[in-house]
Design a protein. Structure first.
Length: 285
């Protein structure tokens, strides 16, 4: 079977601020957090082409945030499931906000509100540390960020579960609550094993239609995100996507290993000068 894996382990990481003198774990968290912010921002700025058809996007009045419990409707059917007539499609924020003339007063303005959704993967053994006793931790994160955070049910033969993070956002918001929640949730997950890991990773489920905005022409966008963050950013498809994912999903993984960085920086092994010519590697499994 042929599989694709975009490898961005290029070697031009000389400008990173992380040095061997720093505590490895601190460097791991910082690099992956920067990469996660870059990836989530790119997804918000480049929504799927069919996102404008999403029924939840509508012109409304004053800003409000979602602070209630997660929706009972699961918008992401898992692999092998058939989409129902009322299933919602994944989308993210773009720049389709309503343009308002300058002479219109603030009280008369209306904004296009959209539900921003991110799906973060969490290993089964870390779910408890995210939810907390009686759901106390996840409720606290919801209240702090003004978002809905839903941990989906476990799927047979899957070592990970999907954490769906969503929030209603509009053009008045200077900071994305959904993006803030992604960072907080990831921090909570990694804190659970902070003392016993030498590497940190964050894995997002992204529809295949949006992957192009992360790659850029010739891989220039994702290469720049990798350079700026100091983290490895890879895209996995096909059999490398967990069974808890939805149809046509790919996995965007932000990863940092202090050992791998140290070897690459000091010995020059394991790096690439850029993405493969055909953008993807192919190999037999």
């Amino acid at each position: 079977m042929i599989h694709r894996s975009l490898d961005l382990e290029e070697k031009n990481n000389r400008g990173t601020s992380c040095r061997p003198a720093l505590i490895p774990c601190q460097c791991n968290f910082s690099s992956v957090r920067k990469a996660l912010l870059s990836v989530s921002s790119c997804l918000q700025d480049n929504p799927r082409s069919d996102a404008n058809n999403f029924a939840a996007a509508k012109p409304l009045g004053p800003t409000h945030r979602v602070t209630g419990p997660p929706s009972l409707l699961d918008p992401f059917p898992q692999r092998g499931h058939v989409d129902g007539p009322n299933s919602l499609d994944y989308h993210s924020r773009g720049h389709s906000m309503i343009q308002v003339p300058e002479n219109v007063s603030a009280g008369q303005r209306k904004f296009l509100e959209e539900e921003i959704v991110f799906r973060l993967l969490c290993s089964n053994d870390k779910v408890g540390s995210l939810i907390g006793k009686g759901g106390a931790i996840v409720r606290g994160l919801q209240n702090e960020t003004g978002t809905s955070i839903k941990v989906q049910e476990a799927v047979p033969d899957s070592e990970e579960r999907v954490v769906v993070i969503s929030a209603v956002e509009n053009s008045e918001l200077k900071r994305s609550p959904a993006q803030d929640a992604v960072i907080r949730v990831h921090s909570r997950i990694t804190e659970a094993s902070a003392e016993k890991v030498s590497a940190v990773s964050a894995r997002l489920l992204v529809p295949a239609q949006q992957i192009g905005c992360l790659l850029g022409k010739g891989g220039n966008i994702i290469a720049e995100m990798r350079r700026a963050s100091g983290a490895s950013i890879k895209i996995f498809v096909n059999e490398h996507v967990p069974k808890c994912a939805s149809l046509n999903d790919e996995v965007v993984q932000c990863y940092y290993s202090f050992i791998a960085w140290f070897i690459d920086e000091n010995i020059g092994i394991g790096g690439r000068s850029g993405p493969p010519p055909n953008r993807y590697e192919a190999g037999d499994t």
